[in-house]
Design a protein around this ligand. Structure first.
Ligand SMILES: [Fe+2]
Length: 289
């Protein structure tokens, strides 16, 4: 656990401002691009299950910047660097800086929180942090614990999250790494947020929370609980096949990302976007990673 537990709120500077009046700008929807589970290595040729993760991450990033509406920020929901190397985080920072966009990173079970803090600076968020964007409250939650693959939030972070949500009636999105509810893959569901019910309870009690957005599952996922959607996204590298009892790679699906459009009236629109084909695919379907 990092030492800092304070909740800080900042405004994200809009990326589109020319010629707008204040009211027009306020009404303009905001776009976030979620890129998740890049699993980078120090070695630029490093592979996860036969996929060269830096190459696929760069391909997804480039595709997203061309094909999605101009983004206000990028959100990276964990498993950033697979070998927990300094060079891996330096590469990530270099690639993200090059976009000129604000970006926000939370850790996954394959990350080093101290290295994230050291090398990603203020973009490394957590344990609970909030940012404002176009009348929305973006909440970033570290759902990891050192040495555990599965997620656990624990009482302290749950209390901070409750405060972060309750303090702001604006529509909210919560980002975290592990999935808070089962996705119907038995092996993966053992690695979900252990106290996900507590998290869902917070969303139930605060209807301004419109979505919980996670990484970790390496597949598209959507489920609605009352007014709150639980959303998962494909990895920028290897995909896991949905609804499997045991670890199974999806050799057909290509890398992708999730686009989130936030409207001033609290409506959230979202879609998963995949690359137009991608030549490198995992060659095996089982095992582990
Ligand atoms: Fe991952």
């Amino acid at each position: 656990m990092p030492a800092s537990t304070g909740l800080r709120t900042f405004d994200i500077a809009p990326s589109r401002t020319t010629g707008e009046t204040r009211s027009e700008r306020t009404a303009q929807p905001r776009t976030l691009l979620q890129l998740t589970d890049p699993h980078l290595f120090a070695d630029p040729q490093g592979q996860l299950l036969d996929v060269t993760t830096r190459r696929s991450f760069e391909a997804v990033l480039e595709f997203a910047l061309v094909h999605s509406p101009p983004a206000d920020a990028l959100v990276l929901t964990g498993d950033l660097v697979h070998d927990e190397s300094r060079e891996g985080y330096r590469t990530l920072r270099r690639l993200l800086d090059r976009t000129g966009l604000p970006y926000y990173c939370i850790p996954g079970n394959h990350d080093s929180r101290p290295l994230m803090d050291e090398l990603l600076g203020p973009a490394a968020l957590g344990p609970v942090a909030a940012r404002k964007l176009g009348g929305w409250n973006l909440v970033f939650l570290d759902s990891t614990e050192p040495g555990r693959e599965g997620g656990r939030i624990g009482p302290a972070r749950l209390a901070a999250l409750r405060d972060a949500v309750a303090a702001n009636p604006s529509p909210a999105v919560i980002f975290l790494h592990q999935h808070p509810i089962p996705v119907r893959s038995a092996w993966m569901d053992k690695l979900r947020v252990e106290d996900g019910d507590e998290l869902i309870g917070i969303c139930d009690r605060h209807p301004q929370v419109k979505a919980l957005v996670c990484g970790h599952i390496h597949q598209e996922f959507e489920h609605r609980i009352e007014g709150c959607r639980v959303l998962g996204a494909p990895s920028t590298c290897v995909q896991f096949a949905p609804r499997q009892a045991d670890f199974t790679i999806d050799t057909q699906e290509v890398p992708g990302y999730r686009e989130l459009t936030l409207f001033a009236d609290g409506v959230l629109e979202t879609r998963v976007v995949r690359l137009d084909g991608y030549p490198e695919r995992p060659s095996r379907t089982a095992g582990g990673y």
